[in-house]
Design a protein around this ligand. Structure first.
Ligand code: 6AU
Length: 270
């Protein structure tokens, strides 16, 4: 059976990565394939918004390095609160770090510095451009936290105009990830990726989503939840400004949750 025809609930029992099984189970339980991208700069505003949107999302995506922290302690306070919200509302945390260096360097970036990403983010992402050493390096750091599940998304195709990804680049990224199925949960891409066989399962997440198609004047290109989940077979919609810039973000998030879920249900039924 094609992966796009399988329910999230079925896939939550068989996905090869523990964090993939957990994410798919959350999606099924909350009827949400919505990832909110909280691209704001004030820690208190971010936490307040996540507390409101938490019930509607399966995943919360951060860009920790755009947040204005005044002291090192305020970083720890933020990530501790974020983890509590994740437990309380049952969502996972995705730090959108887009690692892009050699294995040895990304190990330091993932484990250390001021953000210590591996200690609080369930999922992070990486570019395939350096080759598979980037996956090996990140996976070794993830294994330093044996008590918690960690996973990686590989960027195979970007949403922005003129992106060098997609096509052959995406196919090579998928091939690279195949040897690390216990850690690479899936991909950032604009639609479903080709599977090698029945046992393979990748969760595809798509940014560049709004309720109406368009762009932002800086290269971002938007498609609708129905385009990406219904037509192209993606699993998770990643939405930032479509929700956080709305007058009522909670009401808007509900519209996206419903649109993403209905597109998924139509896909299963057709
Ligand atoms: O909905 P937006 O346009 O406000 O925000 C989209 C979010 C931003 C981007 O950094 C991120 O999604 N993103 C990514 C990710 C998630 O890796 C890849 C990509 O190709 N396009 C993209 O916009 O936080």
């Amino acid at each position: 059976m094609s992966q796009t025809k399988k329910s999230y609930s079925e896939r939550s029992k068989t996905h090869p990565a523990a964090i993939g099984r957990r994410l798919l189970a959350i999606m099924a339980a909350k009827q949400s394939n919505l990832c909110i991208s909280v691209d704001l700069t004030s820690p208190s505003q971010i936490l307040a918004l996540i507390d409101e949107l938490g019930p509607k999302v399966c995943l919360v995506k951060t860009h920790i390095d755009i947040i204005t922290f005044t002291t090192p302690d305020s970083i720890t306070a933020f990530t501790t609160s974020l983890q509590s919200l994740a437990t309380h509302h049952n969502f996972l945390i995705f730090e959108d770090r887009k690692f892009a260096d050699i294995g040895s360097t990304v190990q330091h970036q993932y484990r250390g510095g001021i953000y210590r990403i591996a200690s609080w983010a369930h999922i992070t992402n990486a570019h395939a451009i350096p080759g598979e050493g980037i996956i090996q390096g990140l996976r070794a750091v993830a294994h330093e936290h044996p008590d918690v599940d960690r996973g990686l998304l590989m960027l195979g195709e970007m949403s922005s105009k003129g992106s060098l990804g997609g096509g052959e680049y995406l196919a090579k990224t998928v091939a690279m990830a195949r040897g690390y199925a216990d850690f690479v949960v899936g991909f950032i891409a604009q639609g479903a990726v080709e599977r090698a066989g029945e046992g393979e399962d990748f969760v595809v997440m798509t940014p560049g989503v709004k309720l109406e198609r368009g762009g932002d004047g800086l290269g971002q290109q938007y498609n609708t939840p129905d385009d990406v989940v219904g037509e192209r077979g993606s699993d998770v919609i990643i939405v930032g400004r479509g929700i956080i810039k709305a007058q009522d973000p909670v009401e808007e998030a509900e519209k996206y949750r419903r649109a993403g879920w209905e597109a998924y249900e139509r896909r299963l039924a057709n």
